[in-house]
Design a protein around this ligand. Structure first.
Ligand SMILES: [Zn+2]
Length: 209
């Protein structure tokens, strides 16, 4: 019996540790910078690759969620307008939840397949399958990009008439008292009025350069 168990243990050790490596799957973080009035998602292709999805599919999703135009350029994704890194990360996360991860076993080893014109997500690891959820209207998603009471890290891009620092995120102009141009601050959104938001500094992250 002992020999049998030892043998079994040895056999287990020899097995490739695929399961373990899958469990360590980490959602890639977007690296974002701005070029003029566009947002560059530097590691777009690498994200699509990690998620094992068609770059065009991911791009189409992001454009729809952000409500903007854009394109893939080499390794990068280019988006019209300015979108923050946290906002981008949130959309990538929702793409992952919707089009990549298996809801049964939480592994990302899945593929998309069409069944009677219904887009299905099929899991290669456990065999589970589910229909992909129907898309929400983009208008309702866009409104939620900035929320009252939430904190965001922002770069102050300009200074308003009354001396408040101003940052732009998506379609929002965010006014931050006591912040200076070029500074990176963590702020809490106090109030949103249309596309204007008013925030207070929680933490000063980086000096103006
Ligand atoms: Zn599964």
């Amino acid at each position: 019996m002992d020999n049998y168990l030892e043998g079994l243990e040895r056999a287990m050790q020899k097995m490739p540790a695929t399961k373990e490596s899958k469990e360590r799957f980490v959602l890639p973080s977007p690296r974002v910078f701005y070029e003029g009035k566009t947002t560059v998602l530097e590691n777009f292709m690498s994200i699509a690759d990690t998620l094992n999805r068609e770059p065009d599919h991911l791009m189409k999703y992001l454009l729809q969620e952000l409500g903007t135009a854009g394109k893939i350029e080499g390794q990068r994704g280019i988006f019209q307008g300015k979108f923050s890194e946290p906002a981008m990360a949130r959309h990538i996360e929702s793409y992952f939840e919707e089009y990549v991860v298996c809801t049964e076993c939480r592994l990302p080893d899945t593929h998309l397949t069409k069944n009677d014109r219904v887009l299905m997500l099929k899991c290669d690891a456990c065999g589970a399958h589910r229909p992909v959820r129907k898309r929400k209207a983009t208008t309702t998603v866009q409104k939620d990009l900035i929320e009252e009471g939430e904190t965001y890290e922002l770069r102050i891009e300009s200074v308003g008439n009354k001396g408040d620092g101003i940052a732009k995120v998506d379609k929002f102009l965010i006014f931050v008292p006591h912040a200076v141009k070029g500074e990176v601050v963590k702020v809490k959104i106090k109030k949103i009025s249309g596309t204007l938001a008013f925030a207070e500094i929680v933490e000063r992250v980086g000096k103006a350069s």
